[in-house]
Design a protein around this ligand. Sequence first.
Ligand code: FRU
Length: 457
Amino acid sequence: MTAPRPDADPWRLAFHISAPRGLVNDPNGLIHWRGRTHVFFQLNPQGCTHANKAWGHVASADLAHWQRLPVAISPTDWFDRNGCYSGSAVEDENGDMLLVYTGNVRNAAGERETYQCLARSQDGVHFDKLGPVIDCPLPGHTAHFRDPKVWRQDGAWWMVLGAQTKALLGTVLLLRSGDLRDWQLVAPILGAGAHGYMCECPDLFQLDGQSVLLFSEQRAAQDGRPASNTAGWVAGQIDLNTGDYSHGPFQRLDHGRDFYAPQTFQHPDGRRIMLGWMGLPEQDSAPSVAHGWFHCLTVPRELRLINGQLCQQPVDELSALRGAETRLESLQIEGRMPTDLQGDCHELELSGISGALTVELRADAESRVALMLEPGQIRLVAHEATGRETLLGAAALPPGAGRVLRILTDRSSIEVFVDQGEITLGARIYPAAQARGIALTSKAGARIAALSFWPMR
Ligand code: FRU
């Protein structure tokens, strides 16, 4: 049998971070260190299942072109032998890069043991494990506590950690340390309200005057409905010394089907940049698995809080990947209007939209991915040649919303940004290689003030 060749398949991504072999999940340890941005990610290098979790590693000087680096840490020690789970990275007082991650262990009785561990690097490529610094569950909590996000502020080190109470409710804990080794619990920080049975991958940061907390809720299947793990955010004001956090409601971060476990870092120029996993824990296969790989990360997205709303836009650096622009102006769409534009890897920006409009991407005579702007909602639907339709994402649109669409298509991935990025939809798509057309459709008539198209390299 010949081994699967990920690079020979039509779904291989051009500008999204993925692995040539194996399964990728959460982004980990995002850090700008000595002039380059390092992105680590959960990786099973051996197959397309959730096992053998190591930290895959890429780095970039421009957030657009990524250099693949060797796997940073692998589950080889007693404190992480069933997985080097998610975590973060900081630069310590010596200028070294320190990874803070969760060691996942199944003991002889098959029970979960969890350790928060350190690994250090002086060159940003090779890492030495330093072992656990938190080695037992915190009082009142189960062994489900993981995904440390660490940062330095006001002369101390701070950590948020995803956790589960003994009553089996999801929560986020705030801890403090003077030296990254000895940690004290400050308090659980989430206010009242149900947050699933476990909160994964928390991330707390200041943005535009607010304390924003991202986390991913694990929610059980209920009333015949499948599990709906959801990544979201809350914003408010936190007092780090007491953990008092008055915050607004949990809001979904992305309305596409494939989005979970995002993490952020602060760029030296002040921007807060997020990458998410384009996948969900409950997904167990996809067409790319036949080619030996599964899942990817989103593009880096810059975050802003605008009028109380968390907005996301692809980082400006991605424009370095654009080829020559095609620009069309003052388009009046009546019925179906095929365009001369085509490809499987491109960026499309439509502005000044009015009227109900469908943008068809990756289209051929029988199949397409349709982004539908309708009164009060936006939907993304894959139409296959077999007649099967799959909803890839949907969101309510407030009145007046949906005037600008920015769409990044990368072979088997699509990311949509509406207006200033108040609404985003991230989803994986698996069209036939020859489905490369772009068409615009409107039953009742729509107008587009300007359309820009760039092939992406
Ligand atoms: C979220 C998550 C994390 C965990 C990691 C394991 O997707 O379950 O909580 O650290 O994935 O791969």
